[in-house]
Design a protein around this ligand. Structure first.
Ligand code: NAP
Length: 278
């Protein structure tokens, strides 16, 4: 028995094509501004991808690169300018930001109606109270991958391994809002394997290569691998794909699973912010 692969690359491509068609029907170009502080090589790659994606779907795109010693106030002043720009409908500040910057304060300086990453306190709070407006991109992408399986989430046991603000907590809330029974696991969880092996849907965002093995997975489960770990120049997920794919019902690959979906949802959020009155 082997699992069905959930092809994030293909699903993301169809989302991009759909957005491109939507943009052609508009009499203006939705605009996304991305701010990068510093020269972290992985961040530079992600920001370049975002710019390329914008060009592909016909968005106006602005990338602003700031030196790593830029002060928090200077970043916030720039965000405030972009908040006022009629050409910009979505703003994102690439993470991680340098240590002297409080990421949440910077993110919260983005107007909620321009918060393309959906990580501002207002948008995360909306998620908490079940009013989903702009979804955080990675959890939003994970949700779409799960939906593609056509497995009903209501009543299912979901286990999220990882409880970050970026991934674990919001995907758990999204699935709770869809009537799943959700358990959050983290570094202090006792007997992790006994929790994960009860999951009908297992979402893993830890950042440890091949952390989840076959014995920790319920047969036929949907397994979503969020992890991106660079090992010997290759990208490896948090799931031991080779063994887990023999027991899971559905599984996402790394690369080609959650990553492309994160990028696609950013475009979707920007289009939504540009065309919806909140
Ligand atoms: P994070 O903020 O470092 O959170 C990691 C989580 O894993 C924490 O909640 C931590 O628990 C938990 N954890 C650590 N060791 C554990 C253990 N031994 N047992 C159980 N839980 C453990 O990371 P993140 O931002 O959520 O990202 C996680 C991974 O996803 C990384 O590889 C990252 O690169 C990747 N990622 C991918 C995408 C994408 O688009 N594909 C997007 C975002 C992140 P505590 O809370 O107790 O510390």
């Amino acid at each position: 028995m082997s699992s069905q692969i959930i092809d994030g690359k293909q699903i993301a491509k169809s989302i991009r094509n759909h957005i491109r068609c939507q943009v052609k029907k508009l009499d203006f170009r939705p605009g996304l501004a991305v701010i990068q502080i510093g020269t972290d090589p992985a961040s530079t790659i992600y920001v370049n991808h975002k710019q390329k994606d914008c060009e592909h779907v016909g968005f106006h795109s602005e990338v602003i690169r700031l030196p790593s010693n830029t002060s928090q106030k200077q970043v916030i002043d720039l965000v405030k300018q972009l908040n006022q720009s009629s050409q910009i409908h979505g703003i994102l500040v690439q993470m991680p930001m340098p240590n002297h910057i409080d990421e949440q304060i910077v993110i919260d300086s983005i107007l909620p109606q321009k918060d393309a990453d959906g990580l501002g306190t207002i948008n995360l709070g909306n998620l908490l109270i079940g009013q989903e407006r702009v979804l955080p991109c990675t959890p939003g992408g994970i949700l779409r991958l799960i939906e593609k399986t056509e497995v009903e989430t209501e009543g299912k046991r979901v286990v999220c391994v990882g409880r970050s603000r970026l991934v674990g907590k919001p995907i758990g809330l999204l699935l709770l809002n869809r009537n799943a029974t959700v358990t959050f696991c983290h570094s202090r969880t006792a007997n992790l394997g006994s929790e994960t092996s009860k999951a009908d849907i297992l979402v893993v965002a830890v950042g440890e290569p091949k952390f989840i093995t076959e014995k920790m997975v319920k047969p036929e489960a949907i397994v979503i691998d969020v992890g991106i770990n660079r090992v010997d120049n290759a990208l490896i997920g948090d799931i031991d794909f080779e063994t887990v794919s023999k027991v899971a019902g559905f599984i996402t690959p790394v690369p080609g699973g959650v990553g492309p979906m994160t990028r696609a949802i950013l475009l979707e959020n920007t289009l939504k912010l540009a065309t919806t009155l909140f």
